[in-house]
Ligand binder design. Structure first.
Ligand code: CMC
Length: 361
């Protein structure tokens, strides 16, 4: 038995491959580097879902259908009452998604791709006492998310940064939320149920909830000179350094560099404070040195969440981060759910009983 199912192969997939030794991510035969070079959310979504739904389509067709689906799901915002809006944004999103119909068809999938993109900005606005903004069918999903949040058309650098983020995190092997999605799919419960289970798994700090704490760490460190001392003290207190370490990667997470690259145009155009990114680089360097010294046998390196934190900070309020991760990862969850449903076999492992035995009669 392996604790945490570490290294256990639990599915065969054509969707993505994570090579933890080489630091390489492939999505449907395309490397992450190639995907992020001008890639869009709709492009990677079409790639991931290709051949898994009852009809085939390309990026442009998907863009049009998604825009219509955003308009369709917007009506559900009316169900956002005071009790729902008192929840953290990702929980409010989950409660709204739970009201969508459940099924295996293409319309259900489109609604699930559109819903988090519409619900998150609307929930954030409602929580601030602002009116939600309806979708604009002329825009791409990334541009519309930012416009629905702020009410303004985003800059081209902001749209490109969000597209790169959404592409980068679209799928990543059999991570905890994707596994949850496949388990539910194997019971034939429907795509909405798969997405709800996956979203519940994603929000934990060991999975998708780390970027907020990464920023808390940067704030607490404050200055580059303070980094080494602060990080050493945090480790002394038994804390983990957020944005470092990974179950699969034994080298630098390739997604970290994709996101660091996406930040550059925002920095050079003055849309991200260069002092903030300099502090992040200083913290990264100090953390890598300390982790290497303290854990020489377990190669701990930077993971996706570190630069996610910086990139998302430029575009969203901190409380939205896990929800933005969900917007991007939903397509991976759906693709895996469909792949599993087509496989048709119920996922039902066994456990080893280590509890007491009944008293002898
Ligand atoms: N800071 C300090 N020590 C660490 C860290 C860290 N970030 N990560 C692992 N370690 C230590 C850990 O304490 C353990 O030491 P020991 O053997 O003495 O107990 C050793 O390294 C091995 O760790 P592990 O818990 O067996 O590793 P894991 O595969 O279960 O954990 C992880 C992976 C991501 C949960 C962990 O590295 C972690 O908690 N990182 C911080 C949170 C974080 O950044 N999460 C986002 C993960 S990436 C998102 C994704 O791909 O979904």
């Amino acid at each position: 038995m392996k604790n945490g199912l570490e290294d256990v192969i639990a599915a065969e997939t054509q969707l993505s491959d994570v090579d933890g030794e080489a630091g390489r991510l492939i999505i449907r035969g395309v490397s992450l580097d190639q995907l992020v070079a001008g890639g869009t959310y709709e492009g990677v979504a079409a790639l991931l879902l290709d051949g898994l739904m009852e009809r085939s389509f390309d990026e442009a067709e998907l863009r049009g259908w998604l825009a219509k689906a955003r308009t369709k799901v917007f009506v559900h915002i009316e169900a956002a009452d005071a009790a729902l809006l008192a929840l953290p944004p990702v929980d409010a999103m989950r409660a709204l998604i739970a009201r969508l119909p459940d099924g295996e068809d293409f319309d259900t999938a489109l609604g699930l791709l559109a819903a988090p993109a519409v619900f998150l900005p609307a929930v954030l606005r409602l929580q601030r006492g602002q009116k939600p903004i309806a979708p604009d069918t002329a825009l791409s999903q990334a541009a519309d998310i930012l416009r629905m949040l702020t009410g303004k058309l985003p800059s081209k650098e902001q749209v490109a940064a969000l597209d790169t983020y959404l592409v980068t995190i679209s799928d990543h092997g059999l991570n905890a939320s994707t596994f949850a999605s496949r388990v539910i799919a194997s019971t034939q419960a429907g795509l909405t149920s798969s997405v709800l289970a996956a979203l519940s798994a994603l929000k934990g700090p060991l999975h998708g909830g780390a970027p907020g704490p990464v920023l808390d760490m940067l704030d607490a460190v404050g200055t580059a000179e303070n980094a080494g001392r602060w990080l050493a003290e945090a480790l002394e207190r038994g804390e983990r350094l957020m944005g470092f370490g990974h179950r699969i990667y034994r080298v630098r997470d390739p997604r970290a560099d994709a996101l660091k690259g996406a930040l550059k145009p925002l920095i050079t155009s003055g849309q991200v404070d260069s002092a903030r990114s300099a502090l992040a680089e200083a913290v990264e360097a100090a953390a890598l040195a300390i982790l290497k010294a303290r854990k020489p046998d377990r190669q701990l390196d930077v993971n996706v969440e570190f630069y996610t934190a910086l990139l998302l900070e430029a575009l969203f309020p901190r409380e939205a981060f896990t929800g933005v991760f969900a917007i991007g990862r939903t397509v991976g969850w759906l693709a895996h759910a469909r792949e599993q449903a087509l496989d048709g076999r119920l996922i039902r492992p066994r456990s080893v009983y280590v509890g007491p035995l009944p008293a002898a009669a």
